[in-house]
Design a protein around this ligand. Sequence first.
Ligand SMILES: Nc1nc2c(ncn2[C@@H]2O[C@H](COP(=O)(O)OP(=O)(O)OP(=O)(O)O)[C@@H](O)[C@H]2O)c(=O)[nH]1
Length: 394
Amino acid sequence: MTADQPSRPAPIPLNVVTGFLGAGKTTLLNRLLRDPWMTDTIVIINEFGEIGLDHLFVEKVDEDLVLMTAGCLCCSIRGDLVATLEDLLRRRDNGRIRPFRRVVIETTGLADPAPILHTILRHPYLSMRYALDGVVTLVDAVNGEATLDAHEEAMKQAAVADCLVLTKADLLRGDDLRRLERLTARLGALNPAADVVRADDATATAERLLDRGLYSPDGKIGDVARWLRAEVFEDAHHHGHGHDQHGHHDHNHHHHDDHGHGHHQHDVNRHDARIRAFCLTSDRPIPAPSFDLFLDLLRSAHGPNLLRVKGLVAVKEEPEHPVVIHGVQHIFHPPVVLDAWPDGDRRTRIVFILRDLDESFVRRLWGAFDGTPAVDTPDAQALTDNPLAIGGSR
Ligand SMILES: Nc1nc2c(ncn2[C@@H]2O[C@H](COP(=O)(O)OP(=O)(O)OP(=O)(O)O)[C@@H](O)[C@H]2O)c(=O)[nH]1
């Protein structure tokens, strides 16, 4: 029997490296590839332009490099990305290539990273064999601000990142260095949970950029707390502990726009103003079916606006085993159940990066599902707006 059911191989960590045209992706990867930590890492490079022949798009450049040369990874050859990732697994399983320990996909500069992430998260087989470990987004310190202003794709690239790498900061001198400060502040407001590092910083190692803590190469769940970085939101709120756990009365939600996240500390443009990042925290374990409904409703009604969602959820049925959730828009990785909580903090923490969607909406929706009685609060009206709150507060 066991021969028919071999134990499932550990998932292989996978990173997506993105960044606008000319941000320095190839330069950075070339440097990272010299790091011994990158041994047995396969890099899939998507080069824009050449039209590949059907099954001939994979070109082995050397042992560890796979070059995809058929158009833009984000749209036209998504099927080919699947084929490439499958082909790599086949060769690995057959022993035709060394058992690589990590895969890095470099996207073209114009790509919206979401469809690429979807391809990996959604595919029934690939999502079992590969585990999305982190998205690295490069932002050019010289042109970064202008690029963010002009291109929504660039904004999305920054918003989905687990790690933001500032390139070309070495070109800035004197007063221009203030640009770097502005850009850093802006990225911090857009995506507070991301680790921000200069490409020329000695600490910008392959390990820091790529091993974001969710999966280690041996297939174990890594440092989930580091992956989530939920604590940065607590600091940002200055509300101290317990600011929204109790009863979700959310007495302060009217004030979020006034002093949350530092959105008003600098000139925001329209793209920035549309994006909100926050962490939903709850110390009350949620019943699993309620959590499923909460996520389903969010995904089906607001999928395109969930730029990134990642979290650690305390489920009522199994409070000792937190569930890791991880999604990009409406597509979520199959949930992973941990053996134990990563540390003493057993609260549900979900980091949301939303576009055109109110933080208060998500909080009220959560409140409607986590069993917290929320009638006779100012949110009662909001609950009646929720189609699932049957007869809610009347
Ligand atoms: N001074 C400086 N130049 C850099 C840095 N990173 C990249 N460059 C230069 O910027 C240019 C573009 O870098 P690439 O690595 O080709 O950028 P890319 O993101 O791969 O570009 P595309 O694939 O066209 O999107 C090259 O001339 C690099 O030498 C950096 O940190 N400092």
